[in-house]
Design a protein around this ligand. Structure first.
Ligand SMILES: Nc1ncnc2c1ncn2[C@@H]1O[C@H](COP(=O)(O)OP(=O)(O)OP(=O)(O)O)[C@@H](O)[C@H]1O
Ligand SMILES: CC(C)(CO)[C@@H](O)C(=O)[O-]
Ligand code: BAL
Length: 285
Protein backbone atom coordinates (compact mmCIF):
# COMPACT_ATOMS: atom_id res chain seq x y z
CA UNK A 1 0.00 0.00 0.00
CA UNK A 2 1.25 3.46 -0.84
CA UNK A 3 0.72 5.41 2.38
CA UNK A 4 1.48 8.81 0.86
CA UNK A 5 -1.79 8.51 -1.00
CA UNK A 6 -4.79 9.86 0.82
CA UNK A 7 -7.31 7.10 1.53
CA UNK A 8 -10.28 8.13 3.65
CA UNK A 9 -12.76 5.65 5.03
CA UNK A 10 -15.23 7.81 6.92
CA UNK A 11 -17.55 10.64 5.93
CA UNK A 12 -15.99 12.88 8.60
CA UNK A 13 -12.49 12.33 7.19
CA UNK A 14 -13.79 12.99 3.69
CA UNK A 15 -15.40 16.26 4.84
CA UNK A 16 -12.24 17.43 6.54
CA UNK A 17 -10.12 16.66 3.43
CA UNK A 18 -12.61 18.48 1.19
CA UNK A 19 -12.50 21.47 3.57
CA UNK A 20 -8.74 21.76 3.04
CA UNK A 21 -9.14 22.38 -0.70
CA UNK A 22 -8.63 26.03 -1.72
CA UNK A 23 -11.29 25.96 -4.37
CA UNK A 24 -13.84 23.41 -3.20
CA UNK A 25 -16.09 24.37 -6.11
CA UNK A 26 -13.64 22.71 -8.52
CA UNK A 27 -13.76 19.04 -7.59
CA UNK A 28 -14.20 16.13 -9.98
CA UNK A 29 -15.71 12.83 -8.82
CA UNK A 30 -15.04 9.38 -10.31
CA UNK A 31 -17.37 6.80 -8.73
CA UNK A 32 -16.13 3.18 -8.99
CA UNK A 33 -16.51 -0.21 -7.39
CA UNK A 34 -12.74 -0.75 -7.39
CA UNK A 35 -10.64 -3.53 -8.99
CA UNK A 36 -9.36 -0.71 -11.14
CA UNK A 37 -8.16 -1.14 -14.72
CA UNK A 38 -7.27 1.14 -17.64
CA UNK A 39 -10.96 1.92 -18.25
CA UNK A 40 -11.19 3.50 -14.80
CA UNK A 41 -7.82 5.17 -15.27
CA UNK A 42 -9.06 6.91 -18.43
CA UNK A 43 -11.89 8.44 -16.36
CA UNK A 44 -9.39 9.50 -13.70
CA UNK A 45 -6.99 11.04 -16.24
CA UNK A 46 -9.84 13.05 -17.75
CA UNK A 47 -11.00 14.17 -14.30
CA UNK A 48 -7.45 15.22 -13.36
CA UNK A 49 -7.12 17.27 -16.53
CA UNK A 50 -10.38 19.13 -15.90
CA UNK A 51 -10.50 19.70 -12.11
CA UNK A 52 -8.26 21.11 -9.38
CA UNK A 53 -8.90 18.12 -7.14
CA UNK A 54 -10.30 14.67 -7.82
CA UNK A 55 -12.15 12.28 -5.53
CA UNK A 56 -12.34 8.64 -6.57
CA UNK A 57 -14.78 6.51 -4.62
CA UNK A 58 -14.25 2.78 -4.24
CA UNK A 59 -17.38 1.15 -2.91
CA UNK A 60 -19.01 -2.14 -3.89
CA UNK A 61 -22.57 -0.95 -3.47
CA UNK A 62 -24.84 -3.75 -2.19
CA UNK A 63 -28.12 -2.11 -3.22
CA UNK A 64 -27.38 -2.42 -6.93
CA UNK A 65 -26.78 -6.18 -6.86
CA UNK A 66 -29.75 -8.47 -7.39
CA UNK A 67 -27.50 -11.53 -7.34
CA UNK A 68 -25.71 -12.42 -4.08
CA UNK A 69 -23.08 -14.54 -5.81
CA UNK A 70 -22.21 -11.63 -8.11
CA UNK A 71 -21.86 -9.36 -5.05
CA UNK A 72 -19.80 -11.86 -3.03
CA UNK A 73 -17.47 -12.64 -5.93
CA UNK A 74 -16.99 -9.02 -6.98
CA UNK A 75 -13.18 -8.53 -6.99
CA UNK A 76 -11.80 -6.43 -4.11
CA UNK A 77 -8.22 -5.18 -4.55
CA UNK A 78 -7.96 -1.95 -2.53
CA UNK A 79 -4.15 -2.04 -2.05
CA UNK A 80 -3.52 -2.51 -5.78
CA UNK A 81 -6.11 0.14 -6.60
CA UNK A 82 -4.39 2.68 -4.35
CA UNK A 83 -0.98 1.88 -5.87
CA UNK A 84 -2.39 2.33 -9.37
CA UNK A 85 -4.04 5.64 -8.47
CA UNK A 86 -0.92 7.00 -6.73
CA UNK A 87 1.16 6.10 -9.80
CA UNK A 88 -0.68 8.73 -11.84
CA UNK A 89 -1.15 11.53 -9.29
CA UNK A 90 -1.05 12.34 -5.61
CA UNK A 91 -3.73 14.95 -6.11
CA UNK A 92 -6.52 12.45 -5.58
CA UNK A 93 -8.60 11.63 -2.52
CA UNK A 94 -9.60 7.96 -2.41
CA UNK A 95 -12.89 7.52 -0.58
CA UNK A 96 -13.29 3.85 0.36
CA UNK A 97 -16.04 3.59 3.00
CA UNK A 98 -17.43 0.44 4.60
CA UNK A 99 -21.05 -0.46 3.86
CA UNK A 100 -22.12 0.64 7.39
CA UNK A 101 -20.57 4.09 6.86
CA UNK A 102 -22.91 4.70 3.92
CA UNK A 103 -26.04 2.79 4.88
CA UNK A 104 -25.71 2.70 8.71
CA UNK A 105 -27.68 -0.20 10.15
CA UNK A 106 -30.27 -0.25 7.35
CA UNK A 107 -29.32 -0.93 3.73
CA UNK A 108 -32.14 0.98 2.07
CA UNK A 109 -32.76 1.70 -1.61
CA UNK A 110 -34.51 4.85 -2.81
CA UNK A 111 -37.08 4.46 -5.59
CA UNK A 112 -36.82 6.83 -8.57
CA UNK A 113 -38.88 7.60 -11.64
CA UNK A 114 -36.30 7.38 -14.42
CA UNK A 115 -38.93 7.89 -17.14
CA UNK A 116 -38.65 4.33 -18.41
CA UNK A 117 -34.86 4.39 -18.94
CA UNK A 118 -34.59 1.72 -16.24
CA UNK A 119 -37.23 -0.61 -17.65
CA UNK A 120 -35.15 -2.23 -20.39
CA UNK A 121 -31.90 -4.22 -20.67
CA UNK A 122 -29.90 -3.92 -17.40
CA UNK A 123 -33.04 -2.71 -15.62
CA UNK A 124 -35.10 -5.61 -16.94
CA UNK A 125 -32.54 -8.30 -16.10
CA UNK A 126 -31.18 -6.83 -12.84
CA UNK A 127 -34.23 -6.11 -10.73
CA UNK A 128 -33.99 -2.78 -8.86
CA UNK A 129 -30.40 -2.30 -10.09
CA UNK A 130 -30.79 1.33 -11.16
CA UNK A 131 -32.60 2.36 -7.97
CA UNK A 132 -29.51 1.04 -6.17
CA UNK A 133 -27.17 2.93 -8.51
CA UNK A 134 -29.26 6.11 -8.10
CA UNK A 135 -29.21 5.75 -4.30
CA UNK A 136 -25.43 5.49 -4.03
CA UNK A 137 -24.60 8.05 -6.72
CA UNK A 138 -26.97 10.62 -5.21
CA UNK A 139 -25.36 9.95 -1.80
CA UNK A 140 -21.86 10.43 -3.26
CA UNK A 141 -22.95 13.65 -4.97
CA UNK A 142 -24.33 15.00 -1.69
CA UNK A 143 -21.11 14.10 0.19
CA UNK A 144 -18.55 15.33 -2.36
CA UNK A 145 -20.56 18.09 -4.10
CA UNK A 146 -18.49 17.70 -7.27
CA UNK A 147 -18.55 20.20 -10.12
CA UNK A 148 -18.10 17.35 -12.61
CA UNK A 149 -18.62 13.59 -12.38
CA UNK A 150 -17.24 10.98 -14.77
CA UNK A 151 -18.96 7.82 -16.03
CA UNK A 152 -17.94 5.32 -18.70
CA UNK A 153 -19.94 4.57 -21.84
CA UNK A 154 -19.28 0.89 -21.17
CA UNK A 155 -22.28 1.29 -18.85
CA UNK A 156 -24.13 3.49 -21.34
CA UNK A 157 -27.56 2.86 -19.83
CA UNK A 158 -26.17 3.80 -16.41
CA UNK A 159 -24.77 7.02 -17.91
CA UNK A 160 -28.23 7.92 -19.28
CA UNK A 161 -29.78 7.10 -15.88
CA UNK A 162 -27.31 9.38 -14.07
CA UNK A 163 -28.10 12.19 -16.51
CA UNK A 164 -31.78 11.66 -15.68
CA UNK A 165 -31.00 11.48 -11.94
CA UNK A 166 -29.36 14.91 -11.86
CA UNK A 167 -32.24 16.32 -13.92
CA UNK A 168 -35.04 14.98 -11.68
CA UNK A 169 -33.22 15.63 -8.39
CA UNK A 170 -31.94 19.02 -9.65
CA UNK A 171 -28.33 18.26 -8.68
CA UNK A 172 -25.85 20.92 -9.88
CA UNK A 173 -23.17 18.66 -11.37
CA UNK A 174 -21.93 18.23 -14.92
CA UNK A 175 -22.03 14.59 -16.05
CA UNK A 176 -19.16 13.65 -18.35
CA UNK A 177 -19.39 10.47 -20.44
CA UNK A 178 -16.10 8.73 -21.32
CA UNK A 179 -15.37 6.38 -24.23
CA UNK A 180 -15.07 2.62 -23.75
CA UNK A 181 -11.50 1.38 -23.23
CA UNK A 182 -10.89 -2.11 -24.64
CA UNK A 183 -8.35 -4.89 -24.18
CA UNK A 184 -6.03 -5.36 -27.21
CA UNK A 185 -8.30 -7.90 -28.87
CA UNK A 186 -11.41 -5.77 -28.36
CA UNK A 187 -13.11 -7.06 -25.18
CA UNK A 188 -14.39 -4.08 -23.16
CA UNK A 189 -12.29 -3.72 -20.02
CA UNK A 190 -14.25 -4.69 -16.93
CA UNK A 191 -13.42 -5.65 -13.37
CA UNK A 192 -15.38 -8.85 -13.90
CA UNK A 193 -12.92 -9.90 -16.69
CA UNK A 194 -10.59 -10.89 -13.81
CA UNK A 195 -12.89 -13.79 -13.06
CA UNK A 196 -12.44 -15.35 -16.55
CA UNK A 197 -9.95 -18.08 -17.43
CA UNK A 198 -7.13 -16.99 -19.74
CA UNK A 199 -8.51 -18.83 -22.79
CA UNK A 200 -12.06 -17.61 -22.38
CA UNK A 201 -10.89 -14.04 -21.77
CA UNK A 202 -9.09 -14.24 -25.12
CA UNK A 203 -12.13 -15.82 -26.83
CA UNK A 204 -14.42 -13.15 -25.36
CA UNK A 205 -13.26 -10.86 -28.18
CA UNK A 206 -16.17 -12.64 -29.90
CA UNK A 207 -18.60 -10.30 -28.08
CA UNK A 208 -17.18 -7.11 -29.60
CA UNK A 209 -16.65 -8.83 -32.99
CA UNK A 210 -20.37 -9.67 -32.98
CA UNK A 211 -21.26 -6.05 -32.15
CA UNK A 212 -19.09 -4.74 -34.98
CA UNK A 213 -20.67 -7.08 -37.53
CA UNK A 214 -24.14 -6.20 -36.18
CA UNK A 215 -23.30 -2.53 -36.79
CA UNK A 216 -22.29 -3.32 -40.38
CA UNK A 217 -25.47 -5.35 -40.94
CA UNK A 218 -27.62 -2.58 -39.44
CA UNK A 219 -26.56 -0.41 -42.40
CA UNK A 220 -28.23 -2.85 -44.82
CA UNK A 221 -30.80 -4.96 -43.01
CA UNK A 222 -33.87 -4.63 -40.80
CA UNK A 223 -33.60 -4.46 -36.99
CA UNK A 224 -35.27 -7.87 -36.76
CA UNK A 225 -32.79 -9.48 -39.14
CA UNK A 226 -29.81 -8.08 -37.23
CA UNK A 227 -31.27 -9.36 -33.94
CA UNK A 228 -31.91 -12.81 -35.43
CA UNK A 229 -28.36 -12.96 -36.79
CA UNK A 230 -26.87 -12.10 -33.39
CA UNK A 231 -29.04 -14.68 -31.61
CA UNK A 232 -27.83 -17.35 -34.08
CA UNK A 233 -24.16 -16.60 -33.36
CA UNK A 234 -24.82 -17.46 -29.73
CA UNK A 235 -26.94 -20.55 -30.53
CA UNK A 236 -23.76 -21.91 -32.12
CA UNK A 237 -21.55 -21.12 -29.11
CA UNK A 238 -20.98 -23.64 -26.30
CA UNK A 239 -19.34 -21.14 -23.93
CA UNK A 240 -21.17 -17.84 -24.45
CA UNK A 241 -24.83 -17.49 -23.48
CA UNK A 242 -26.71 -14.45 -24.76
CA UNK A 243 -28.90 -12.73 -22.16
CA UNK A 244 -30.03 -9.89 -24.41
CA UNK A 245 -29.10 -8.08 -27.59
CA UNK A 246 -31.04 -4.87 -28.12
CA UNK A 247 -30.98 -1.95 -30.53
CA UNK A 248 -32.37 1.26 -29.02
CA UNK A 249 -32.38 4.97 -29.69
CA UNK A 250 -29.80 6.72 -27.51
CA UNK A 251 -32.21 9.19 -25.91
CA UNK A 252 -35.10 7.15 -24.51
CA UNK A 253 -33.44 3.70 -24.81
CA UNK A 254 -36.68 2.41 -26.34
CA UNK A 255 -36.02 -0.81 -28.28
CA UNK A 256 -36.20 -0.06 -32.01
CA UNK A 257 -38.59 -1.94 -34.28
CA UNK A 258 -37.88 -0.05 -37.49
CA UNK A 259 -35.10 2.30 -38.52
CA UNK A 260 -35.59 6.05 -38.70
CA UNK A 261 -32.68 7.88 -40.33
CA UNK A 262 -33.15 10.91 -38.06
CA UNK A 263 -32.54 8.87 -34.91
CA UNK A 264 -29.22 7.84 -33.35
CA UNK A 265 -29.13 4.17 -32.37
CA UNK A 266 -26.90 2.01 -30.22
CA UNK A 267 -26.65 -1.77 -29.89
CA UNK A 268 -26.38 -3.31 -26.41
CA UNK A 269 -25.42 -6.81 -25.36
CA UNK A 270 -25.23 -8.86 -22.14
CA UNK A 271 -23.54 -12.25 -22.16
CA UNK A 272 -22.85 -14.99 -19.60
CA UNK A 273 -19.54 -16.82 -19.82
CA UNK A 274 -18.02 -19.04 -17.13
CA UNK A 275 -20.75 -17.79 -14.81
CA UNK A 276 -19.63 -14.18 -15.30
CA UNK A 277 -21.96 -11.56 -16.77
CA UNK A 278 -20.37 -9.15 -19.26
CA UNK A 279 -21.95 -6.17 -21.03
CA UNK A 280 -20.90 -4.06 -24.00
CA UNK A 281 -22.40 -1.62 -26.50
CA UNK A 282 -21.60 0.20 -29.73
CA UNK A 283 -22.90 3.23 -31.64
CA UNK A 284 -24.34 1.81 -34.87
CA UNK A 285 -25.24 4.79 -37.07
N1 LIG B 1 -13.75 -0.31 -20.23
C1 LIG B 1 -14.20 0.82 -19.72
N2 LIG B 1 -14.11 1.95 -20.44
C2 LIG B 1 -14.59 3.13 -19.95
N3 LIG B 1 -15.17 3.25 -18.74
C3 LIG B 1 -15.28 2.15 -17.99
C4 LIG B 1 -14.80 0.88 -18.44
N4 LIG B 1 -15.05 -0.03 -17.48
C5 LIG B 1 -15.66 0.63 -16.48
N5 LIG B 1 -15.80 1.93 -16.78
C6 LIG B 1 -16.46 2.94 -15.98
O1 LIG B 1 -15.86 3.03 -14.70
C7 LIG B 1 -16.85 3.38 -13.74
C8 LIG B 1 -16.79 2.40 -12.61
O2 LIG B 1 -17.16 1.13 -13.10
P1 LIG B 1 -17.03 -0.20 -12.27
O3 LIG B 1 -16.23 0.04 -11.06
O4 LIG B 1 -18.34 -0.88 -12.17
O5 LIG B 1 -16.08 -1.05 -13.20
P2 LIG B 1 -16.40 -2.08 -14.28
O6 LIG B 1 -15.14 -2.51 -14.89
O7 LIG B 1 -17.52 -1.56 -15.10
O8 LIG B 1 -16.85 -3.29 -13.45
P3 LIG B 1 -17.91 -4.32 -13.82
O9 LIG B 1 -18.36 -4.13 -15.21
O10 LIG B 1 -17.24 -5.62 -13.64
O11 LIG B 1 -18.94 -3.95 -12.78
C9 LIG B 1 -18.19 3.34 -14.46
O12 LIG B 1 -18.54 4.67 -14.82
C10 LIG B 1 -17.89 2.52 -15.68
O13 LIG B 1 -18.72 2.79 -16.78
C1 LIG C 1 -21.52 4.19 -10.60
C2 LIG C 1 -21.20 3.07 -9.63
C3 LIG C 1 -19.84 3.32 -8.98
C4 LIG C 1 -22.24 3.12 -8.51
O1 LIG C 1 -22.01 2.11 -7.57
C5 LIG C 1 -21.24 1.70 -10.30
O2 LIG C 1 -22.49 1.42 -10.79
C6 LIG C 1 -20.18 1.55 -11.34
O3 LIG C 1 -19.06 1.25 -10.94
O4 LIG C 1 -20.46 1.70 -12.54
N1 BAL D 1 -20.38 -1.27 -13.84
C1 BAL D 1 -21.77 -1.28 -13.46
C2 BAL D 1 -21.99 -1.66 -12.09
C3 BAL D 1 -22.52 -3.02 -11.89
O1 BAL D 1 -22.30 -3.92 -12.72
O2 BAL D 1 -23.18 -3.24 -10.88
Amino acid sequence: MNFSMLVVKTINELRSELNKIDDSSDVGLVPTMGALHQGHMSLLEKALSENKKVVVSIFVNPTQFNNTEDLEKYPKTLDNDVDLISSISKNIIVFAPAVAEIYHDKVKTKIYDFAGLDKVMEGEFRDNHFNGVGTIVETLFSLVKPKRAYFGEKDFQQLRIIQKLVEIQKIPVEIIGCEIVRENHGLAMSSRNERLSKTIRQNAAFIYETLKIAKYKFGMESVLKVKDWVAKQFDNSADFKLEYFEITDVETLTPAKNKNIDIKYRAFIAVYVEGVRLIDNIAIN
